[in-house]
Design a protein around this ligand. Structure first.
Ligand code: G16
Length: 542
């Protein structure tokens, strides 16, 4: 009953920052998804008879690929598959299910915050037994497999009924359709002071959570409204749609503008939050104040001890290199380790497994901890609510208090999306060539202290990752970072990260883009973005 289907390789199946992400239309080509799945299985060893977790964010094409993945898992020798009801598992929930059930690994179908629907994006990612994204060693092996594939194996079986919780068999493999929310909700109860949050919400503290028609809807409805008693209607856009209701499920100030506008209005609730397509990102907005992801990481780390799961304190903090240094100051004060990794959650896995870091975060709206091995949107929301409940202050008071204590890291990211790939590579190539001559040069009042191309040496397994972003460091600690995104599906996306540290509290009220204006001007002078790309302005500023 196992079929071996002949196929030919595709030359574009190199995993990016987070798995393989492409247009749905590309994934719909005959054998495209199956090839990649077979390449994953071919690159793994020793999984015969063990469990595999499969789930996705519910986007268009999710169900079809899930059926193939289940049948291919059976044909390749897995003993058991756990799949979320309706094919749904948020990325952090999938990570938890892998860990809790000691699965060999998991297949997560998502293109994260990218748009869905027939003209949108799709993605496949493999997570290892610790629940985290496969490290580069494995993604490189998968890529090698994709280039020489001649066939894939699939069980000749009927589709599994994904909408009914229960077990069935495909040959020797058992398929278990599980409640996607239950295990995750139980984990959150262990980490946070649900009584304190419940009391806060009962006291009239108003929250709004925008699930953006994506995967966190069922999780947020259950946890925030049913278990914690947030007012009915606090969770918005909570029904996951294959096309995310036609929206772009990216919780940033552009795509979650309605939430932002609400939070800046006179009658704003006390706390606003949103998550993305697959539930691993978060956006936090207080009444009248947006909290940058970099600040959020620092604040959560500084206050985590107020939640029962972190009462013992943190072992260390990790952040991706382009993320602001706000968390570094917290680590310094707490006297704990601070780790700077390349962009990509996969780089945190070793640090978390080794007990070197407890909390991790990225400028790209991701925060998480050692409770799973993915970033976790709802986890961040619950930790914020736990902190707010225990401190009894507003978001604004907590954020400005933090700046007074540690100084403020003004921070912004400018994205130039869908740029011609050659033009983007030329910009980076030219910068890379000029790195040695940059130190000592001055642009206006700014003097370049150092310039390099970031390399990471993993302190746990000694692996090295080069070319992870160009850093231009100025006297006084300001910084520019240039890198190309590894998650886009059309052309290239140039990311420019701008940061300035301001210790003086009397200068903490400046509008962010104004506070960074000299650095933004310097970025143009140094990199020639307009000349290279023909773009007069970024596509998205966050
Ligand atoms: C993924 C990765 C993150 C990374 C982000 C942006 O997030 O897991 O670690 O920061 O992409 O990456 P890039 O700058 O290369 O586009 P997600 O939420 O898209 O899975």
């Amino acid at each position: 009953m196992t079929q071996t289907i002949a196929t030919t390789p595709f030359d574009d199946q190199k995993p990016g920052t987070s798995g393989l992400r492409k247009k749905v239309k590309r994934f719909q080509q005959t054998n495209y998804a199956q090839n990649f799945l077979q390449a994953i299985f071919n690159s793994l060893e020793g999984f015969a008879g063990s469990a595999l977790v499969i789930g996705g964010d519910g986007r268009f094409y999710n169900r079809e690929v899930i059926q193939s993945a289940i049948k291919m898992a059976a044909a390749n020798g897995f003993g058991r598959v756990l799949v979320g009801k309706g094919g749904i598992l948020s990325t952090p929930a999938a990570s938890h299910v892998i860990r809790k059930h000691s699965a060999f690994g998991g297949i997560i179908l998502s293109a994260s915050h990218n748009p869905g629907g027939p003209d949108g994006d799709f993605g496949i990612k493999y997570n290892i037994g610790n629940g985290g994204p496969a490290p580069e060693k494995i993604t490189e092996a998968i890529f090698r497999q994709t280039s020489s594939l001649t066939s894939y194996r699939i069980a000749d079986a009927a589709d599994i009924d994904l909408d009914r919780i229960g077990t069935s068999d495909i040959g020797d493999m058992q398929v278990e359709v599980i409640d996607p929310v239950a295990d995750y909700a139980e984990l959150m109860q262990q980490l946070f002071d649900f009584d304190a949050i419940r009391a806060l919400l009962r006291s009239g503290f108003r929250i709004v959570f925008d699930a953006m028609h994506a995967v966190t809807g069922p999780y947020a409805k259950e946890i925030l409204e049913r278990q914690l008693g947030a007012a009915a209607g606090s969770v918005r856009n909570f029904v996951p749609e294959p096309d995310f209701g036609g929206h772009h499920p990216d919780p940033n100030l552009v795509h979650a503008k309605a939430l932002y506008d609400l939070m800046m209005s006179a009658d704003a609730p006390d706390f606003g939050a949103a998550s993305d397509g697959d539930g691993d990102r978060n956006l936090i907005i207080g009444k009248g104040i947006f909290v940058t992801p970099s600040d959020s990481l620092a604040l959560l780390a500084a206050n985590a001890h107020l939640a029962p799961g972190y009462a013992k304190g943190l072992a260390g903090i990790a952040r991706s290199m382009p993320t602001s240094a706000a968390a570094d100051r917290v680590a310094e004060k707490l006297g704990i380790g601070m780790f700077e990794t390349p962009t990509g959650w996969k780089f945190f896995g070793n640090l978390l497994d080794a007990g070197k870091a407890t909390i991790c975060g990225e400028e790209s709206a991701g925060t998480g901890s050692d409770h799973v091995r993915e970033k976790d949107g709802l986890w961040a929301v619950l930790l914020w609510l736990n902190i707010l409940a225990r401190r009894g202050e507003s978001v604004q008071e907590i954020v400005t208090g933090h700046w007074s204590e540690y100084g403020r890291n003004y921070y912004s990211r400018h994205d130039y999306e869908e740029v011609d790939i050659e033009a983007a590579e030329a910009l980076v190539g030219s910068l890379r060539k000029r790195l040695p001559e940059l130190p000592g040069q001055s642009i206006g009042d700014l003097t370049i202290a150092a310039a390099d191309d970031f390399s990471y040496l993993d302190p746990v397994d000694g692996s090295r990752s080069d070319h992870q972003g160009i850093r231009i460091l100025f006297d006084g600690g300001s910084r520019l970072v240039f890198r190309l995104s590894g998650t886009g599906t059309a052309g290239a996306t140039i990311r420019l990260y701008v940061e300035r540290y301001e210790p003086d509290t009397t200068r903490h009220g400046i509008e962010t883009q104004d506070a960074l204006a000299d650095l933004i001007g310097a970025a143009e002078k140094i990199a020639g973005i307009v000349k290279h790309t023909g773009r007069a302005a970024p596509t998205v500023i966050t």
